[in-house]
Write a protein that binds this ligand. Structure first.
Ligand SMILES: [Zn+2]
Ligand SMILES: [Zn+2]
Length: 107
């Protein structure tokens, strides 16, 4: 479930909470044009090249609201300080896979 404070308008809410019975992983679903990655507080347009990459979204395509600045650097820095040298492949604490860590730090 996505925190309400990240849903700027009805269209965005529909996208982020979209459930597709044909595509359990929404990265494969053509009806979904924007994804939210809570652990780095990032909105992105999926690049459907078979991988999981996406283009950073800075504004909502529907209402024009400014989207949050991704916390990618803080995510890496915080985990590196905790001794996780390669956070992408390390076994990291579960809160770093969700928005919990940055909300607790007040970022
Ligand atoms: Zn679908
Ligand atoms: Zn919006």
């Amino acid at each position: 479930m996505i925190n309400q404070d990240r849903i700027c308008c009805e269209a965005m809410g529909r996208q982020l909470n979209y459930v597709c019975d044909q595509h359990p992983d929404l990265i494969d679903c053509p009806d979904v044009v924007i994804r939210y990655f809570p652990h780095v507080d990032k909105f992105g347009f999926p690049i459907r090249d078979g991988g999981a990459s996406s283009l950073d979204a800075h504004y909502c395509p529907w209402c024009g609201a400014k989207l949050p600045e991704p916390k990618r650097n803080q995510w890496f820095d915080t985990l590196e300080n905790l001794g996780y040298g390669t956070p992408l492949t390390d076994e990291i604490p579960v809160e770093y896979r969700t928005d919990r860590w940055w909300r607790e730090l007040g970022l």
